[in-house]
Design a protein around this ligand. Structure first.
Ligand code: FE2
Ligand code: FE2
Length: 376
């Protein structure tokens, strides 16, 4: 197996001009060819290397997957028939890995049946190329798919920007530092516990991380106000789920997370906001996020109270389940999740701010909770 060459070993440029998505003159795009036929590997390398791509080759599925794990390529060309594990295995495994979930994969086929092609499509193949192929067809296909990959990368970096933004928003208020990361972390644990499928689990973790992103539109002096809120200030804060939905509305890859962001302040009895949805008409992923959001709000200190101990938090949440606010089954499942997480380790990625000296600690009665605990 030929390892991927270090940066700059090939002529930079990534081939012909693209749709403007690949910066020209930068890192060459890498293509991994997995084929047990050395002649085919050499031919593809011969045809594509002059285009400015960096080519790596592997003679088996195992070697190919190892190379992909070491340095994820921008495109994979894989033969359908390989010794031991075949091309379908390569596709399935790449799709199961987060790093290569969206990497374009072209299957090289000889006399593939319709059934074999269908199987490849179900495994997640992006395109096919039949042997024998013309040089023009190969280079045109590769170029188009690398443009697609560049567009996907651009979208992913836009998502990264939003995620950084979520962290920055948490950091605006020392009392919510790390809040979104913790909500995402615990929502993921709760989602695993109730056996969400991988796609929903991924959406849940993203949506939970971004759930308060609409706070970007709330002014600091309102967001951090320790005293009672005026009706206008309350309305401003309560606009954050709709603002969050608007922030994500243009991000196709985050569309599935919008219901989480928009509905994370609904209550089971319909007394929440923004839509006053009740019961199971509140999307499940939003209900999960709500439970974890409330848990984290109570577990961290506020200007007006100290951080509550886990037993205290769960007691309050039980009271609120009885009032009809939270999903009873999810709160119970979350209690089971917490049994496996020591209280001292329960705050990853965060620095808990101690309650300010001299702040009177209220009783645990729900009445002692500041309104911010519910609406933020
Ligand atoms: Fe929140
Ligand atoms: Fe919120």
């Amino acid at each position: 197996m030929q390892q991927l060459e270090p940066e700059g070993a090939w002529q930079a440029g990534g081939g012909r001009p693209t749709l403007g998505l690949v910066p020209s003159g930068k890192t060459p795009r890498t293509i991994l060819v997995i084929d047990d036929d050395e002649g085919i590997r050499r031919l593809i390398e011969f045809l594509l290397a002059p285009e400015g791509y960096r080519i790596a080759t592997a003679g088996s599925a195992e070697d190919g997957l190892e190379a992909i794990a070491a340095a994820p390529p921008d495109l994979v060309l894989v033969d359908m028939h390989l010794p031991q594990r075949d091309g379908f295995d390569v596709i399935t495994e790449m799709r199961a890995r987060a790093q290569t979930r969206l990497t374009p994969i072209v299957m090289i086929t000889g006399d593939a049946t319709a059934g074999a092609k269908l199987r490849a499509i179900e495994s997640g193949v992006t395109d096919f190329i039949a042997k024998p192929f013309s040089p023009e067809e190969l280079t045109a296909r590769v170029r188009a798919l690398l443009d697609l990959k560049a567009a996907t990368d651009a979208l992913e970096s836009a998502e990264e920007v939003l995620i950084s933004l979520a962290r920055i928003i948490d950091a605006r208020d020392p009392y919510t530092y790390g809040h979104s990361s913790r909500v995402s972390y615990f929502a993921g644990l709760l989602g695993e516990r109730i056996q969400l499928d991988p796609e929903n689990l991924r959406t849940l973790k993203r949506g939970a991380l971004l759930h308060d992103i609409g706070k970007i539109a709330v002014r600091d002096n309102v967001l951090c106000k320790p005293g009672p809120l005026t009706p206008a200030e309350r309305a401003e804060i309560q606009s954050h789920p709709a603002r969050g939905r608007d922030v994500l509305a243009n991000m196709k890859t985050l569309a599935a997370a919008i219901p989480i962001v928009y509905h994370h302040h609904e209550r089971m009895d319909g007394s929440g906001y923004p839509d006053g949805l009740a019961g199971e008409s509140i999307p499940l992923l939003a209900r999960i996020t709500t439970v974890v959001d409330v848990f984290d709000a109570l577990s961290t200190p506020r200007v007006y109270r100290r951080a509550l101990r886990r037993s205290e938090v769960l007691e309050i949440m039980d009271q609120e389940v009885r009032k009809g606010w939270w999903d009873a089954r999810l709160v119970e499942e979350f209690r089971q999740v917490l049994n496996h997480v020591p209280e001292s380790e329960a705050t990853p990625d965060s620095a808990i701010v101690p309650a300010p000296l001299g702040v009177a600690m209220g009783t645990l009665a729900a009445a002692a909770r500041h309104e911010m605990d519910w609406i933020l």
